[in-house]
Ligand binder design. Structure first.
Ligand SMILES: [Zn+2]
Length: 129
C-alpha cells in the first residue's frame, strides 16, 4: 500500500487490518489518517465469494451433521476463515488509499447543501436573541 501523503509503501498486516474494521488506517511513516476505498469489483467479488463459500459449508455441514445449528455455526466460522483472508488480500492489493479529510470532504459535498442553509438560519436566530 502506498501512502498518498508521504508516498511511503507499507504492508497491510493482520494487526492493521484488525484495527481498521471501517477501512481507516494510519500511515506508519507520517501518521496520516487514511481511508481505504474499494475498486468497482470488490463488492461483486466478495458477494460471489461469500455465496459460494457459505453454500459449500452449508451443504457440507448438513451432510456431515444434519443439525441446523451446527451447520449454520460451521458455515459462519468456515466462511469467515476464508472470506477474511480474501478481504484482506483485496484491500491490500486493489484498494486505493485517500486521506480522511479529502474523503470526508467529498462525502459531505453531496449532502452538505441543506446543512449550511440551516446553520445560517440558526446563527441569525441566535444573533437576534
Ligand atoms: Zn504517510
Amino acid at each position: 500500500m502506498k501512502c498518498p501523503e508521504c508516498k511511503d509503501r507499507f504492508a497491510l498486516t493482520w494487526l492493521r487490518y484488525a484495527k481498521a474494521p471501517l477501512g481507516r488506517i494510519s500511515c506508519p511513516s507520517c501518521g496520516a489518517r487514511l481511508v481505504l476505498k474499494h475498486r468497482w469489483f470488490y463488492w461483486p467479488a466478495m458477494l460471489l465469494g461469500c455465496a459460494l463459500v457459505c453454500t459449500a459449508f452449508l451443504a457440507l455441514g448438513d451432510r456431515l451433521t444434519g443439525s441446523i445449528v451446527v451447520t449454520v455455526l460451521g458455515a459462519t466460522l468456515g466462511g469467515l476463515s476464508l472470506v477474511l483472508p480474501a478481504d484482506k488480500y483485496l484491500e491490500a492489493h486493489f484498494s486505493v488509499l485517500a486521506p480522511v479529510s479529502k474523503a470526508k470532504a467529498t462525502a459531505l459535498a453531496d449532502e452538505a447543501a441543506p446543512v449550511p442553509a440551516g446553520a445560517a438560519v440558526l446563527e441569525t436566530e441566535t444573533e437576534q436573541d
